[in-house]
Design a protein around this ligand. Structure first.
Ligand code: HEC
Ligand code: HEC
Length: 208
């Protein structure tokens, strides 16, 4: 009797510890619906890869991105708040339920990493990322995106993203071609020079 009771407590403790260690357990527990899997394999995989690894540098990696951020972006594309002809066409017939399943799948995939090519440029990028630029009033990226670039539920993970994609996004925030974030990133990106944009993108691309 006593042993059963103790082992039950042990089991409960183990379960609680697992829940605490894996905040995204609900994501792992829910496999995508057959319809979502069909959409992933027949559509999304073409550019982003089935595992969200995005083989080509012009397509963003989706693996390990926060589900809430992915949901927001997909709805923004669908409802044309974030402008991209390609992605609006891809998202236009997605229901909110599909969006939830797709986001859960890609966020549960493991992040990929890469080696930094130009270490001198990356060093400039590291400075911007961790300290910003007090001369031009650029806030340090890490204050919002986190010291490791992993973001939060509302803020995208940047670590390991393709530098070419990051640089394009910074340019588009800067000139308001992308304005689906209530201008937070506009106020930052519009103060970055081209060199700083390239450098910070190269640095972020090598973060794990
Ligand atoms: C023909 C190529 C293509 C296909 C197919 C495609 N995408 Fe994309 N996706 C893109 C491009 C290009 C972008 C970047 C858009 C931009 O410039 O803002 C993008 C951006 C995204 C983003 C934003 C990522 C971020 O970090 O903000 C998400 C999320 C996304 N796609 C999900 C999907 C899903 C889910 C599917 C399948 C339904 C899909 N995409 C199909 C090309 C594609
Ligand atoms: C005040 C907070 C804040 C700071 C500081 C900040 N960001 Fe952001 N960033 C955001 C938010 C919020 C978003 C999400 C926009 C959306 O919802 O579309 C974002 C989005 C991005 C994206 C788009 C990611 C994607 O997957 O498409 C990039 C790239 C980015 N930030 C780079 C940077 C860089 C580089 C810096 C430093 C120079 C920086 N950010 C500093 C808040 C911030």
């Amino acid at each position: 009797m006593k042993t059963t009771h103790t082992s039950r407590i042990g089991l409960v403790r183990a379960a609680v510890a697992m829940l605490l260690a894996l905040p995204s357990i609900s994501v792992l527990a829910a496999p995508p619906s057959p319809r979502a899997m069909e959409i992933i394999e027949s559509r999304c995989a073409l550019c982003h890869g089935r595992e969200g690894e995005a083989a080509s540098a012009v397509y963003p990696r989706l693996a390990a991105q926060h589900p809430d951020y992915l949901v927001k972006q997909l709805k923004d594309f669908r409802d044309e708040r974030r402008k991209s002809e390609t992605m609006s066409a891809m998202a236009k017939d997605l229901t909110d339920e599909d969006v939830g399943h797709l986001a859960a799948w890609f966020s549960s995939r493991p992040a990929a990493t890469r080696r930094i090519g130009d270490t001198d440029l990356a060093a400039v990028g590291k400075y911007i990322f961790t300290k910003g630029n007090t001369y031009s009033g650029v806030a340090a990226c890490e204050t919002c995106h986190g010291a490791n670039g992993h973001g939060t539920h509302q803020l995208p993970r940047l670590a390991g993203q393709h530098p070419a994609y990051l640089e394009t996004q910074l340019k588009e925030f800067g000139n308001r071609a992308r304005n689906n974030d209530n201008a937070i990133m506009h106020s930052i990106a519009s103060k970055l020079t081209e060199l700083e944009m390239r450098a910070v993108s190269v640095f972020i691309g090598g973060m794990q």
